[in-house]
Design a protein around this ligand. Structure first.
Ligand SMILES: CC(C)(COP(=O)(O)OP(=O)(O)OC[C@H]1O[C@@H](n2cnc3c(N)ncnc32)[C@H](O)[C@@H]1OP(=O)(O)O)[C@@H](O)C(=O)NCCC(=O)NCCS
Length: 194
């Protein structure tokens, strides 16, 4: 894990969502996400259910988001699991960087298949980046997606990320997109702040 900071909050809310830490009751939702061929199409393919169950038994469901910047995306107000969001640091030993030292902030997002097409990933990413912009100095943020992952690239573009490079990883072409963290700062009136 990088020693550079990311978002320190353990819960962030928006109109329709709560970004929160995982609970044992998220087990079935996480299994669905990691075993769904549609969700995993550009993420290395689906895991076998037994493999995912073994992982959760060993690691603990509630520990899956223990790292700072790692969240379950949940419905507001029911708190039911909709997806996962990460705002971590891209380690220097992986390809795809803007700087020689690496460790840039990196955003990733995954929704259950039933939650696609409602702007929920956009809302989750916006509120996480806004909270990070309030807390951290200005710096680049990365999104790395397979070049063939149209939905993920469309979302990155809608958020304001621009493609700057492509590279090979996991036997596929990856697109590196970037945005500047402080472009996500909330500039509106306090009473409208999410
Ligand atoms: C990538 C992923 C999170 C995108 O989900 P998504 O729902 O398409 O993304 P958004 O939240 O931006 O929603 C956009 C869609 O919601 C629609 N929408 C409906 N209501 C909306 C609202 N209030 N606000 C914004 N968009 C809204 C948009 O029109 C758009 O529809 P379209 O897909 O038909 O064009 C999802 O496809 C996924 O989980 N993929 C698998 C995981 C993955 O590959 N992740 C990438 C690794 S970084």
């Amino acid at each position: 894990m990088s020693r550079l900071p990311t978002l320190s909050a353990t819960e962030v809310t928006s109109d329709r969502l709560v970004l929160r830490k995982a609970r044992d009751t998220d087990r079935e939702g996480l299994i669905e996400i990691f075993t769904d061929p549609a969700v995993r199409a550009y993420l290395g393919g689906p895991m076998a259910r037994s493999e995912m169950e073994k992982f959760l038994d060993a690691f603990g469901t509630a520990n899956t988001t223990s790292e700072p910047g790692s969240f379950v995306i949940a419905d507001n107000p029911t708190h039911g699991l909709i997806g996962i969001l990460g705002l971590g640091r891209r380690s220097a030993d992986r390809p795809g960087h803007l700087t020689e030292d690496g460790e840039e902030l990196e955003l990733s997002y995954v929704l259950r298949r039933s939650a696609w097409g409602a702007g929920l990933a956009f809302e989750a990413a916006t509120v996480a980046l806004r909270a990070a912009a309030d807390e951290l100095p200005d710096q680049p943020v990365l999104v790395v997606t397979q070049a063939a992952n149209e939905r993920a690239l469309k979302l990155a573009a809608r958020l304001g990320f621009h493609p700057v490079d492509t590279f090979e990883q996991f036997g596929a072409e990856q697109t590196l997109s970037t945005a500047t963290l402080h472009t996500f700062k909330y500039e509106g009136p306090d009473e409208l702040r999410a």
